[in-house]
Structure formats: structure tokens, C-alpha cells
Design a binder for this molecule. Structure first.
Ligand code: SAH
Length: 214
């Protein structure tokens, strides 16, 4: 069940659901999702569903939404693949971190729950040839020491886009985040010479972006 074949079936399903970016599909086919979920749930790793991370009520996002966000994030890169520096807020188990690394990004990932961060590190150590750095911190503050970033991707919903994350974008850089409380939508914000240009995308459901660390 946790074989390459199961992963290939997941990718076929993503294609049928409308994911078109070949680099994103190739990354989803390459990264073994089952090593990022609890052992007891490994058999369900390739279902199109969010799964509990077993800590503080956090979940690993369903494959479709991960793929869709990566597809949006990669738009505008030559060849459709990733390049440059990306900041990920809410690394969770590290699954999306690994995908970003596979897409060719230099990944800086922040997680506010220490045991989750430690687990993500352990998982990522099993994935060869990717460049990822993880930090235990409040993602609302970004990672000023290594900013600016070509892309910033947030895996938890904010009521408004955090100022620091906007500030840490390169010119033409893109921040992708879920916005809202009970009702949420995906929001793509690009920094342009004329100011920030915001696009509202589909409805989504994420855990809230919290402050501080645990
Ligand atoms: N991409 C993750 C999804 C995890 S769910 C995965 O594939 O597993 C969202 C994550 O955001 C949780 O781990 C939660 O702890 C984290 N989070 C919430 N607010 C945060 C903040 N202010 N800074 C950093 N991480 C945060």
C-alpha cells in the first residue's frame, strides 16, 4: 500500500482533480507521503484527506490542496518548476517542506510547535538531495535574517496578511496564504513596483495562524 504504485494512483487522482503543473505532479510522485504521517495512519497516507498529526490538534493538509497551492506558488517561474528562496510558515510534519525542496526551492521553514518541528526534521533527513532549513519560531515574524524571499507560503489561516511576511518579499515576490476565520479563501499577494496586488482564489479550510511558540 505504501508503494510507488499507490503514489502514482494519488497523482492520477490529482490530475483528474485539475492539477496541471508537471513539476508539482512529479514532486508528489517522488516524495513518500507515508513517512510523514503517524505509523498507524500510514495506510491512509495517499487518500485525498487531511490526517491528524497527533499533536495539538494539527493536521497534514489533504494532497489536493497541497498540490493546488504549490501549483499557484510555482506560476511565473520559467519551466513551471521552482527556483529561488521560499519561506514556509507552519511546517507541520514537513511534507510540504519536502515537496518545496524537490521543486528546487531553497526552503526556509518555520513551525511554532517544537515537538512537530523535531519530527519534521527527522522526516526530512530521510529525503535525499533537498535544501531545507527549519526553525522553531512564530511565523508571523518571518525569518528576517535570511529574507527576502521569492515566495512565502502559509499553511494556517490569518485574519489579515502579516505585515512582516509582506515586508520580507522580493520585488515581484508572491505571498500565498489562507485568509479568514470561519469562512476562508486562498489569497495570492504579489509585491509590484506599484504596490501589493491581491487576488482572491478558492475557498479553503485551514487551522488558524496562532502567535507565539509552544
Ligand atoms: N504543511 C503542514 C500543515 C500543518 S497544519 C504539513 O504538511 O504537515 C498548520 C501548521 O501551522 C501547524 O503545524 C501549526 O502548528 C502551524 N502554525 C500555526 N501558527 C503558526 C505560526 N504563527 N508560526 C509557525 N507555525 C504556525
Amino acid at each position: 500500500m505504501t508503494s510507488q504504485r499507490t503514489r502514482a494512483r494519488m497523482v492520477e487522482r490529482l490530475r483528474a482533480q485539475g492539477i496541471r503543473n508537471e513539476s508539482v505532479l512529479a514532486a508528489m510522485a517522488a516524495i513518500p507521503r507515508h513517512i510523514f504521517v503517524e505509523e498507524a495512519l500510514a495506510l491512509r497516507a495517499y487518500e485525498d484527506t487531511a490526517l491528524p498529526l497527533g499533536l495539538s490538534g494539527q493536521t497534514i493538509s489533504q494532497p489536493y490542496i497541497v498540490a493546488r497551492m504549490l501549483e499557484i506558488l510555482c506560476e511565473g517561474h520559467r519551466g513551471g518548476g521552482g527556483c529561488g528562496k521560499v519561506l514556509e510558515i507552519g511546517a507541520g510534519c514537513g511534507y510540504q517542506t519536502a515537496l518545496l525542496g524537490h521543486l528546487g526551492y531553497e526552503v526556509y521553514a518555520v513551525e511554532r510547535i517544537r515537538p512537530l518541528l523535531l519530527r519534521a526534521r527527522k522526516h526530512l533527513a530521510q529525503i535525499p538531495n533537498i535544501r531545507t532549513r527549519l526553525r522553531h519560531a512564530d511565523g508571523n515574524l518571518g525569518w528576517p535574517e535570511v529574507a527576502p524571499f521569492d515566495r512565502v507560503i502559509v499553511a494556517a489561516a490569518a485574519l489579515v496578511a502579516p505585515q512582516e511576511l509582506l515586508r520580507q518579499l522580493t520585488m515581484n515576490g508572491i505571498l500565498l496564504l489562507p485568509v479568514g476565520g470561519d469562512e476562508q479563501y486562498l489569497c495570492r499577494i504579489q509585491k509590484t513596483p506599484q504596490g501589493f496586488s491581491e487576488t482572491r482564489l478558492e475557498s479553503v479550510r485551514f487551522v488558524p495562524l496562532l502567535t507565539g511558540v509552544e
